[in-house]
Design a protein around this ligand. Structure first.
Ligand code: IPM
Ligand code: MN
Length: 357
């Protein structure tokens, strides 16, 4: 594909997923027109409904097809009639591993007009980024049962950390911190638990110290994960960029998501930064099945995911345009970020963002 073009696979998924991705695609098309970016969108019918009908989550052939796209826009997965874990492991984790999306990027920014549960905190106080490792740790799927179902049952779930895995994530986080150029100063905080996880997190700690030498302009910092949870609530303005392991990253990004205004706005990227890598962008909220088809769900998170896609694919100006439009809409048009209370329907919010590009 030429440099000014994007080939995007859209997996709307379950519940309200297709409604929010439709708005994200609408905004991408509009900004693509303004910025003269040629965009191709192809929809993939993958998710809980198809699984219930056919027993298929995703085929090897679909994985091979998706690999040809620079990016995937994912709506939501999770179906009330499918047992928890099946679609999460079978689709979301499968794609993260298949495409080696080793960075989970989670910007945490309180937008104007968005409510935070933190008393007295303003948009300028909540503006940091979490870089979560996305392929190792307890997510590696290593473990097993012994004497399953008996009173003597043993279960293990092994956390796997490799030098390659942590180094590539830490290095990417340093690069990101350097480029972010925070006026408050560039600082990368390693979040781990070195006082207890004396093997795996020792590897992370040593690797962090070594890679840091290559980035003398980035201040380095360390927090234990439990202390990080306190600071994030008490002094979120302290943070610039956080780099952390997969499991801790999963937990602290939910905390971070709620302080930035919740599931209606938070978005994440599963990124393979290598040349030709296929990355996947998603709103953090679930499939919210009770709102399906009602035109009440908030599409801002999905539109934020689209902005992240543009940014990571090298269309910084287009990304900035979308982010600015979102800021106008949340700051001066929407009444609330909660489903059904926005003062507008799902598709109207998408239209408003387009009008403000
Ligand atoms: C996330 C989600 C996933 C995770 C689940 C759905 C497997 O919570 O993206 O944070 O644990 O990574
Ligand atoms: Mn999570």
């Amino acid at each position: 594909m030429p440099n000014n073009s994007l080939k995007i696979a859209v997996i709307g998924g379950d519940g309200t997923g297709p409604e929010v991705t439709a708005e994200a695609v609408k905004v991408l098309k509009a900004v693509g027109k303004l910025e003269k970016i040629e965009m191709q969108f192809d929809s993939f019918d993958i998710g809980g409904d198809r699984y219930l009908k056919t027993g298929i989550i995703i085929t090897d052939d679909e994985i091979a097809q998706l690999r040809r796209y620079s990016s995937i826009l994912l709506g939501a997965i999770g179906h009330p009639d499918v047992a928890p874990g099946i679609l999460e492991r079978g689709l979301l984790l499968r794609l993260r591993f298949a495409f080696d999306q080793y960075i989970n990027l989670r910007p945490v920014k309180l937008l104007p007009g968005v409510e935070t549960p933190l008393k007295d905190k303003k948009p300028e106080d909540i503006d940091f980024v979490v870089v979560r490792e996305n392929t190792e740790d307890m997510y590696a799927g290593i473990g097993g049962f012994l004497k399953k179902g008996t009173p003597d049952e043993v279960a293990t779930q092994t956390a796997v950390y490799t030098r390659k895995g942590c180094e590539r994530c830490i290095r990417w986080a340093f690069e990101y911190t350097q480029k972010r150029d925070n006026p408050k100063g560039k600082m990368l905080t390693l979040v781990a638990k070195t006082n207890v996880l004396t093997f795996g997190h020792d590897l992370w700690w040593r690797t962090f110290q070594e890679v840091a030498k290559e980035y003398p302009d980035v201040k380095t910092d360390y927090n234990h994960v439990d202390a990080c949870c306190m600071w994030m609530v008490k002094n979120p303005e302290y943070y610039d960029v956080i780099v952390t392991t997969n499991m801790f990253g999963d937990i602290i990004t939910d905390l971070a998501g709620i302080i930035q205004g919740g599931m209606g706005v938070a978005a994440g990227g599963n990124i393979n930064p290598e040349k030709g890598g296929c990355s996947m962008y998603e709103p953090m909220g679930g499939s919210a099945p009770k709102y399906t088809g009602k035109n009440v769900i908030n599409p801002i998170a999905a539109i934020n995911a689209a902005a992240m896609l543009l940014e990571q694919e090298g269309f910084a100006q287009a990304a900035a345009r979308v982010t600015k439009a979102i800021t106008i809409v949340t700051g001066s048009r929407m009444k609330s970020q909660a489903a059904g209370k926005m003062g507008f329907g799902t598709s109207e919010v998408g239209d408003l963002v387009c009008e403000n590009l």
